[in-house]
Write a protein that binds this ligand. Structure first.
Ligand code: FPP
Length: 237
């Protein structure tokens, strides 16, 4: 089994990591940035071409206002502080999710980093922010309806045609989906794109996940026998 062409990660457990250490939750999120950096470096080394990480879901607005504010600020600061480094490492950054509801300065920062890294080719980093899989499907349906009203011919029975309306249709489907912190749920992450993903769950909290942990997940993936609903070579079901 080859290296997965697209890895999705639900980075979970920052709060519990902090709590175990008697630290405020924000320290867990800060440590989470370091984990992401380690994973990103190793992903590039391993030859994984595309990584999508879940940084803020459409449901995360329900958290206390202070935490939401902190996460929005942390995201913007991270984008601003890491833009040059990501650019130099030939990383192309794309932020997927709804822009409505985000502060205008954050929207500007997102646009700037996407524009700056637009022609980078070595590695694709998608950050799901204000993202929900169902919201993505609702947005896709609205776009299709709009196009049909404008007279466009659309084959509604063709999965590829429908998939072209996803937030990032240009990337391969998720082949490996990782969730940290012991939870075993999809939580509305990349619902369409993960239809055939191999799932990997680990008890490690996100701040304790790093390049070595990513490598373990990849080794596990390599042992899996992917059949996509068909039969394997020996004819087993
Ligand atoms: C889940 O832990 C984590 C989040 C909701 C935020 C993820 C953010 C980061 C890893 C850092 C920011 C990333 C970028 C790209 C700037 P939790 O708070 O749900 O933990 P808990 O379940 O233990 O409470």
């Amino acid at each position: 089994m080859l290296i997965p062409s697209h890895v999705g990660i639900i980075m979970d457990g920052n709060g519990r990591w902090a709590k175990e250490r008697g630290l405020p939750r924000r320290e867990g999120h800060l440590a989470g940035i370091n984990a992401l950096e380690s994973v990103l470096r190793r992903a590039e080394l391993l030859g994984i071409p595309c990584l999508t990480v879940y940084a803020f879901s459409t449901e995360n607005w329900k958290r206390p206002g202070m935490e939401v504010k902190f996460l929005l600020q942390l995201f913007e600061e991270t984008l601003l502080n890491r833009a040059d480094e990501l650019f130099k490492n030939n990383v192309k950054v794309k932020v997927i999710g709804r822009r409505e509801g985000l502060p205008s300065n954050l929207i500007e920062t997102i646009k700037k980093i996407e524009e700056k890294t637009r022609n980078n080719k070595a590695f694709q980093l998608n950050i799901a922010f204000n993202y929900g899989g169902r919201a993505e499907i609702i947005d896709l349906v609205s776009s299709i309806v709009r196009d049909i009203q404008e007279g466009k011919k659309i084959d509604l029975n063709d999965e590829k045609t429908i998939a072209n309306y996803l937030y990032s249709p240009e990337y391969p489907e998720v082949e490996l989906l990782i969730r940290t912190s012991g939870e075993k749920r999809l939580s509305n992450f990349l619902l369409w794109q993960s239809a055939y993903a191999e799932l990997y769950f680990t008890d490690k909290y996100w701040p304790d996940f790093d390049g070595d942990e990513l490598e373990k997940a990849i080794e596990d993936f390599k042992k899996r026998n992917r059949r996509f609903g068909g039969l394997n070579e020996e004819g087993g079901g």
